[in-house]
Design a protein around this ligand. Structure first.
Ligand code: 3HC
Length: 291
């Protein structure tokens, strides 16, 4: 049984995963090297809890209790010292992640599982930066993490069954429906499915077959998807989509894995989607899509 959870990284994913932990009753620490990022995460989560209360999903006291279970720190060592389970959700850069895992290995108790939320890197890539590769796996959440039910638990060759079991158990305790992926493969399962649709959507729009708005409409009204592929790219972040694809290409060396030129162009223009206010669509400051 885990009592204390550490989340490394306070971006969109890390902060919401931390909130899931606090809502499920864990004492949860969110660590980030950036004070402003921690402050923004704290504000956004408080606003999110206000919304839960307004919707009747929690009463005020429950929301306040959950928020009080959250601790914010810039010190990895402080957060890791009594952590029973760590989920790393830092930037998708391998050298950064490996440095974090080496530091976590030193600072966290010997039995603590060190999981990564990465969808880009299989956990063997960070496990080798630790002295406990059997306690390392991927625990991959989906955006927005407070809402999406899926968590992919991905084992690498040395991940122990005990680590898999406790990661699946934690995912269920956070209210998720975990799926187990037995071998590392770029993109795991869900992102591979999403990528196939996204590639076809990019082909259709650049070939002038249909507009991105109409392709999104078709995905929603013909296939019942909650969002079209272009809306989803804007939500996930065109930077994230681009970097995932580049990392896949670096791993496979297959030219067909390179990011689509249309995705590359938006990435190079800094049009990252909802988070920058510009992507396939335009957004106002609250993140609402403009007509
Ligand atoms: N954070 C937290 N909660 C959010 C949210 C956010 N960013 N955006 C929406 N929500 C909540 C809303 O508050 C609402 O909850 P409520 O009923 O309590 O008010 C609920 O989600 C539904 O939102 P809306 O009614 O505003 O809008 P929708 O019904 O369109 O739902 C959506 C929004 C849940 C985002 C839905 O459109 C959806 O499921 N989209 C697909 C998302 C998806 O595919 N995610 C996976 C991306 S891939 C990924 O993350 C992997 C990574 O490796 C790249």
């Amino acid at each position: 049984m885990q009592n204390n959870i550490l989340i490394v990284g306070s971006g969109a994913m890390g902060s919401q995963i931390g909130m899931l932990g606090a809502l499920a009753g864990y004492r949860t620490t969110i660590q980030d090297i950036s004070e402003p990022s921690l402050a923004a995460a704290r504000d956004q989560l408080a606003t999110r809890m206000d919304h839960f209360v307004a919707k009747g999903r929690l009463d005020r006291a429950e929301a306040d209790t959950a928020l009080a279970r959250l601790n914010f720190t810039t010190s990895l060592e402080e957060g890791a010292a009594d952590a029973d389970f760590v989920i790393e959700a830092a930037t998708e850069k391998l050298d950064v992640k490996r440095a974090i895992f080496t530091a976590l290995d030193k600072a966290a108790p010997a039995n603590t599982v060190l999981a990564t939320n990465s969808s880009t890197y299989g956990s063997s890539k960070v496990a080798s930066a630790t002295g406990r590769p059997d306690k390392v796996c991927n625990m991959h959440f989906f955006n927005p993490a407070l809402v999406m039910k899926c968590v992919e638990v991905v084992r690498h060759d040395q991940t122990s069954q005990e680590t898999v079991d406790s990661t699946m158990e934690l995912a269920r305790a956070l209210g998720k429906s975990p799926v187990l992926i037995n071998h590392e493969i770029p993109g795991f399962v869900a992102n591979r499915l999403m990528g196939a649709i996204r590639d076809e959507a990019l082909h259709l729009v650049t070939a002038g077959i249909a507009s991105h708005e109409d392709i999104d409409t078709a995905a929603k009204t013909a296939l019942g998807h909650p969002m079209g592929p272009f809306e989803l790219m804007d939500l996930v972040g065109l930077d994230v989509s681009y970097l995932i694809r580049m990392a896949t290409y670096e791993e496979t060396g297959r030219p067909e894995d390179l990011p689509h030129p249309a995705l590359k162009a938006l990435y190079e223009q800094g049009r990252y989607g909802k988070k920058t206010g510009h992507g396939w669509y335009e957004y106002d400051q609250s993140g609402t899509k403009l007509p």
